[in-house]
Unconditional design. Structure first.
Length: 400
């Protein structure tokens, strides 16, 4: 303030720029203090969260082990109870079991008879989902369903980070088969140092099969005619709609390394280490050797051509899923035999060293439906659902 000569008081006007500067400085200090406080709080909260998360994960892991052990014990008790009940009533379900040692462990397939699943919830699935579930049988007696779709096929040579050699860019598979193949080839490299696998062929459309069939029929037309010509051609090439290639789950393998004539000239099954390893170990990844024939892939295998209808020596492998591949390995089944087995034994459990690993249930009457309400046991960590193309839906549950 100041006073002039006539005693009037006048206020001195403040500099607005300086006022703005002071205000901005105060706000900056407040913001900095708030940010620092927020950071310290965030660090403390994050530290507590990490500790709590790690503790919960450790407790869950311990709880899961204990829970699984309890479930195995309960299932064993339940099975023993049913056997005792059958004996006491004089009614026997004739439950059987089959065992085989694989990789130093005892695998057992146990028939559960008519025992139902325990503590189940229900899922809803469409027929279109089940067609590509992995277990669909396509052969000379069971043609590809009319509602089959190619949607979902992936290019083997360019899909994913792990590059798989292919004969051409047209080689395709459905995702489950591709994933299983990649897992198997990674294991071959890591466990046995084996590389240079090549996929010669995957999915084959009905139109492509028709072209192959027509070509084979033309070559035989000078020797046969009419129905005899078709019958003889079927011995060489599957009739369109009846080839396992149609499923998108099968793939023909070989071995190839650029410039390595010695390796490239080897017979995949009889001479290459790659073929021997894949045939012996593929079941661990949900894959089976599709067409065992006389002395093929080797003399230790039983000829299954009377069941498959294929006597040609094809290096063909088929994705079916880990649960099904394990049973087929234990039992020595081809796909046709396995589905027939499930029709007779619609509920089985698979144990590894007495620990429950898989459970398989077949539900008949599938051909009349387009939507399915399917059971899933609460302890199961995953499941696989598939049509078998023989009027059944097959559910496979994994417990590990």
């Amino acid at each position: 303030m100041r006073t002039n000569s006539n005693k009037k008081v006048h206020k001195i006007k403040k500099d607005p720029y300086k006022l703005l500067q002071r205000t901005a400085l105060i706000l900056a200090i407040v913001v900095a203090a708030g940010a620092g406080l927020f950071y310290l709080c965030s660090v403390a909260v994050t530290r507590d969260y990490v500790k709590t998360r790690d503790r919960i994960e450790a407790e869950n892991a311990e709880g899961e082990v204990a829970f699984q052990a309890e479930m195995d014990a309960l299932r064993a008790q339940n099975h023993a109870y049913k056997q005792n009940a059958s004996q006491s009533t004089g009614v026997s379900e004739n439950l059987s079991s089959w065992e085989k040692e694989l990789d130093g462990k005892v695998w057992r397939v146990q028939d559960e008879g008519h025992a139902g699943l325990e503590n189940t919830s229900t899922i809803t699935m469409e027929r279109s989902q089940l067609i590509n579930g992995g277990l669909m049988l396509v052969n000379a007696w069971h043609a590809l369903p009319n509602d089959f779709s190619e949607e979902g096929l992936v290019a083997v040579g360019t899909t994913g980070d792990f590059k798989v050699q292919v004969h051409s860019g047209s080689v395709k598979l459905f995702q489950p088969a591709f994933d299983a193949l990649v897992e198997a080839l990674k294991a071959a490299k890591e466990e046995a140092g084996l590389e240079y696998f090549i996929v010669m062929e995957g999915y084959r459309s009905v139109d492509e099969q028709q072209d192959l069939f027509n070509s084979a029929m033309e070559k035989l037309s000078s020797r046969y005619s009419s129905e005899r010509l078709i019958a003889e051609t079927k011995k060489e090439v599957n009739y369109p709609g009846t080839s396992d290639y149609h499923t998108g789950m099968s793939f023909r393998m070989d071995v190839y390394q650029s410039g390595n004539k010695e390796l490239n000239n080897k017979k995949f099954q009889a001479e290459s280490a790659q073929g021997a390893w894949l045939t012996e170990n593929c079941w661990r990844y949900g894959i089976v050797f599709r067409f065992p024939a006389k002395d093929f892939p080797n003399s230790a295998w039983e000829d299954k051509s009377f069941k498959t209808g294929v006597s040609s020596k094809l290096n063909l492998y088929r994705y079916v899923g880990k649960a099904h591949a394990a049973v087929m390995k234990v039992m020595g089944f081809c796909l046709e035999e396995y589905i027939e087995f499930l029709m007779e034994h619609p509920h089985i459990c698979i144990y590894e060293d007495d620990a429950l690993v898989y459970e398989v249930v077949r539900i008949k009457g599938a051909d009349a439906n387009t939507t399915f309400a399917l059971p899933v046991p609460n302890p199961a960590v995953s499941y696989q659902a598939s049509l078998d193309n023989m009027d059944g839906v097959v559910m496979a549950y994994s417990y590990q």
